[in-house]
Design a protein around this ligand. Structure first.
Ligand code: FAD
Length: 453
């Protein structure tokens, strides 16, 4: 069978791996990638910007030569222009040769993802107004980190991509202002108790945090010189825009069903409206287990789980089971702090129309008699749950100690639809070098149930 894949990022890569592991030589795989560089890993961009990985060419999911199998064809600079469902072919332009050809498919997997969006304000085409996604922007951003003429940097968007930019520039000695339209940095990821801690941390590290800011324009003649908001003007030499994305689906308009935002519409088997055409990753909405609905959860983890599912059921007439969904888990460092978050929070629940209760827990990592200076920092836990059933719908952990693995415990609890009662009694280890007599999540759940710790 001929399987065609569109996009060489997480979804495309995982599709190849799954196809080879399940069907070996019995499938002929062709992957088309519009870009020149195969599979840049934006998730690894901060490591590159901060010199933890020095060669940009290493920041990738795979190289074409990782798949020497004769039945795998990976073609960069090949943009898929359209799908011809009646003949089961795709029309593809070789951008280097400027040639357009048709390629047949039996099965087609779309993982065309998203691109970073420029703000629709005057001056967004000025020099030194950047975006943060992909190989080319990574190289440009890296050059500016070393450029001594760049002293002041504005980062627009305080999501995790913006925060990664902030850290890289602050650590490079630049003066950084972080601007967001929302009232709290990382607002869509964490509730207020935790964003308050992280806002203080950002400010302690010299970052100016401006929330509730409406960007009106980027000011300058040829190069950007200032960011103008509804309240003030900030002089800068560089702007990093990390405020939103747009799906790479314009080419599918009128061919594949898209929703009003341009996300590819899929059913519970991740099939599009066209026969034998599937879609995964950022270009689609993901089924959220705790929200019981589809949400934009733009994570590599999601794209990979979806691709794994699609390939497993690719040759079944009727897939034997629907895609079970994802929880949506992520982790991030904000200077000295590390957090992990999973499932819903107050912000995402509201967007999804889910009502939830929350509980916030604060403690020391290890027994209280261990002094803070000997490695006993504060730890913070947020739990979100259904008021009636106590089913855990989300949660987050935060500390200067790396407690992010606890985020995966929460992810499992959410995925398995466990309750506060389950978490309160779960049999976790105790070792005073690492934790308390009851483990952190036991204590947080017990407190949420109104028990005395
Ligand atoms: P994308 O990565 O968006 O890639 C789509 C690919 O398809 C592109 O290469 C594009 O050129 C190609 N394409 C599009 N249209 C066509 C066409 N018509 N023909 C041919 N090719 C086409 N996620 C995590 O889970 N953890 C992290 O730590 C993390 N960190 C991140 C940090 C940054 C700075 C960014 C920007 C993202 C981060 N993400 C992270 C999110 C993660 O990168 C995405 O969720 C993931 O890349 C989505 O994969 P995808 O396959 O859906 O598509």
């Amino acid at each position: 069978s001929k399987v065609v894949i569109v996009g060489a990022s997480h979804g495309g890569h995982q599709s190849i791996l799954e196809l080879l592991s399940r069907y070996g030589q019995n499938v002929d795989i062709t992957l088309f990638e519009a870009g020149d560089f195969i599979s840049f890993m934006s998730c690894g961009m901060e490591l590159y910007l901060e010199d933890q990985v020095t060669d940009v060419n290493d920041v990738r999911n795979f190289r074409p030569e990782n798949f020497p199998q004769p039945n795998v064809h990976i073609l960069n600079n090949h943009e898929v222009k359209t799908i011809n469902a009646d003949t089961k072919t795709v029309t593809v332009t070789d951008k280097q040769k400027n040639e357009t050809k048709e390629y047949p498919y039996d099965k087609l997997i779309l993982s065309s993802g998203v691109k970073a969006k420029a703000l629709p304000v005057p001056g967004n085409d000025l020099e030194n107004v950047f975006l943060m996604r992909g190989y080319n922007w990574a190289k440009k951003i890296k050059a500016k980190l070393a450029d001594t003429s760049v002293k002041k940097v504005a980062v627009i968007g305080a999501g995790y991509i913006g925060i990664e930019a902030v850290e890289a520039f602050a650590k490079a000695g630049k003066e950084v202002v972080l601007l967001d339209a929302l009232e709290r940095p990382l607002g869509p990821y964490l509730d207020k108790e935790m964003t308050d801690i992280l806002t203080t941390q950002l400010e302690e590290k010299g970052v100016k945090v401006v929330t509730g800011a409406k960007i009106e324009a980027f000011v300058g003649d040829t190069k950007v010189e200032a960011v103008k908001t509804d309240q003030a003007e900030y002089p800068v030499e560089l702007v990093i825009q990390a405020a939103g994305v747009v799906a790479n689906t314009a080419w599918l308009k009128g061919i594949v069903d898209l929703d009003e935002h341009g996300w590819i519409v899929t059913d519970e088997y991740l099939r599009t409206n066209l026969p034998d055409v599937y879609a995964v990753g950022d270009a689609t909405l993901a089924y959220s287990i705790p929200a019981k609905t589809k949400l934009p959860i733009a994570l590599a983890t999601v794209a990979r789980r979806e691709a794994r599912y699609v390939v497993a059921h690719l040759f079944e007439d009727i897939p034997s089971e629907p895609f079970s969904g994802v929880v949506g888990s992520s982790a991030l460092s904000v200077f000295d702090y590390h957090f992990a978050t999973s499932g819903l929070n107050s912000f995402t629940a509201k967007k999804a129309g889910v009502t939830l209760s929350s509980a916030y827990y604060e403690d020391t990592l290890r027994p209280k008699y261990v002094p803070a200076k000997n490695g006993n920092p504060k730890v913070f836990v947020q739990l979100f749950f259904d008021k009636l059933t106590h089913q855990i719908l989300g949660g987050a952990v935060l500390s200067t100690y790396d407690v992010t693995a606890q985020g995966n415990v929460l992810a499992l609890a959410i995925q398995q639809k466990m309750t506060l009662e389950d978490l309160a009694k779960a049999d976790f280890f105790f070792q005073p070098g690492f934790d308390r007599q009851w483990s952190l999540l036991n204590l947080a759940a017990q407190q949420a149930l109104g028990e005395e710790a």
